[in-house]
Design a binder for this molecule. Structure first.
Ligand SMILES: [Zn+2]
Length: 205
């Protein structure tokens, strides 16, 4: 692992993740686009009282950006604050970069607060399916939730991005325990690490 000037925030995240970062990562040298779902006027799921999905997604995106940066990857973000973005804004920006893959970060929601599980979505069968499957493969075991598999879903953001893309609905934010863990500040790390592992899995192959 190449560490030059490690930002304080990276040190914090790495230490809170029990220093599992002592090897070379296959994301090193790759360019990755992170799309934090929703934002601004669009809160995403509101089924976790006191925490909107849009804010939890952005928090995960920043944590994942730090991990990827420490591992030597270059990261682009479709949003870095609470902006309202259309799907077109997102894929137009993504296509303008030289990012190789795009991960759209979402959390699921249900009015049934007992429901939980992890799901991956792909749009372009040829480009997205293998990528989605690779990123999703360890989500269930990493996060300790039921695997709801991967599904074809026509989303503007990943459909119109010209390279491999996936939406990961990592867990249900609406789930009572998940909601508490996110609000306690711990679950965002778990999701960021699970996505980080999934991206390394893709670039390994
Ligand atoms: Zn969402």
């Amino acid at each position: 692992m190449k560490i030059r000037l490690l930002p304080a925030v990276a040190v914090l995240v790495v230490f809170s993740l029990n220093c599992v970062y002592a090897q070379d990562y296959s994301v090193s040298g790759h360019k990755i686009i992170l799309d934090a779902g929703h934002g601004g006027a669009d809160p995403g799921t509101t089924q976790c009282a006191g925490l909107y999905e849009k804010d939890a997604n952005l928090d995960i995106a920043y944590k994942l950006k730090v991990l990827l940066g420490v591992a030597g990857a270059e990261v682009y973000m479709t949003r870095t604050d609470d902006s309202t973005l259309s799907n077109e804004d997102r894929y137009t920006y993504a296509n303008s970069t030289d990012g190789e893959v795009l991960v759209s970060i979402h959390l699921n929601g249900s009015t049934d607060h007992s429901v939980n599980g992890t799901k991956g979505l792909y749009s372009k069968p040829k480009k997205d399916k293998a990528f989605t499957s690779s990123v999703h493969s360890a989500m269930s075991s990493d996060l300790g939730v039921k695997d709801l598999g991967i599904t074809n879903f026509m989303s503007g953001v990943i459909l119109k991005f010209s390279r491999p893309a996936t939406i990961q609905e990592s867990v249900y934010l609406s789930n009572t325990q998940e909601c508490e863990m996110f609000k306690a500040g711990t679950r965002g790390n778990d999701v960021a690490v699970a996505l980080f592992n999934g991206l390394n899995n893709w670039f390994e192959n």
